[in-house]
Design a protein around this ligand. Structure first.
Ligand SMILES: [Fe+2]
Length: 187
């Protein structure tokens, strides 16, 4: 037996708000945490940071040991908004251990799951309440809120996966989702 033996437990998840009770960590990402290559419109980003620095998303997680055999549960609440024409999004990441996948379950609100590989693969899946999306090993993943209400989803991923944000921070993501009069458009 290599994984830490834990006692069974259960959590309560509010599908509307994404509240996970109990949770052991809560991570907030404000727009000021997303300077760099995230949003194309740097002027719009600077203005929004100066005028209140809105909360873009928060992640509630129940932590277990980060080791093979464990599964980590979290909910993400991605708030509605835009930077210029670009919808609010998560930073996006590869898993540090590349050959680990993840499962997403949409709970409320609407958005996109953007995926890409280091070899140039790309994918964009619409997500809403009830959508179960599979993130295969080797695919970086980012979510985008294309609605007017919080986009809330639940995720489960392997304990050893880890997060590599740096690769996306440096080189960006393969696709952007922009607000247009005709609705969200992928670029
Ligand atoms: Fe992940």
């Amino acid at each position: 037996m290599t994984a830490t033996a834990l006692d069974p437990f259960s959590l309560m998840l509010d599908f509307r708000s994404g509240a996970l009770s109990p949770h052991t960590s809560r991570t907030e990402r404000h727009l000021s945490d997303m300077k760099g290559s995230y949003y194309a419109d740097e002027a719009a980003l600077g203005q929004l940071v100066q005028s209140g620095d809105p909360l873009v998303y928060e992640v509630l997680q129940y932590d277990v040991p980060e080791e093979v055999g464990q599964l980590i549960c979290c909910t993400t609440v991605l708030h509605p908004g835009t930077v210029g024409d670009e919808y609010f999004m998560t930073k996006g990441h590869f898993h540090s251990v590349r050959d680990t996948g993840e499962v997403y379950l949409g709970l409320s609100g609407h958005g996109y799951l953007l995926l890409m590989t280091e070899e140039g693969g790309r994918s964009a899946s619409p997500m809403g309440p009830g959508t179960v999306a599979y993130v295969p090993p080797y695919w970086a993943h980012r979510t985008v809120n294309t609605g007017d209400e919080p986009f809330v989803f639940f995720a489960v991923y392997p304990g050893q996966a880890g997060h590599d944000y740096g690769t996306i921070e440096e080189s960006g993501f393969a696709q952007r989702v922009l607000r247009t009069p005709e609705g969200p458009v992928l670029r």
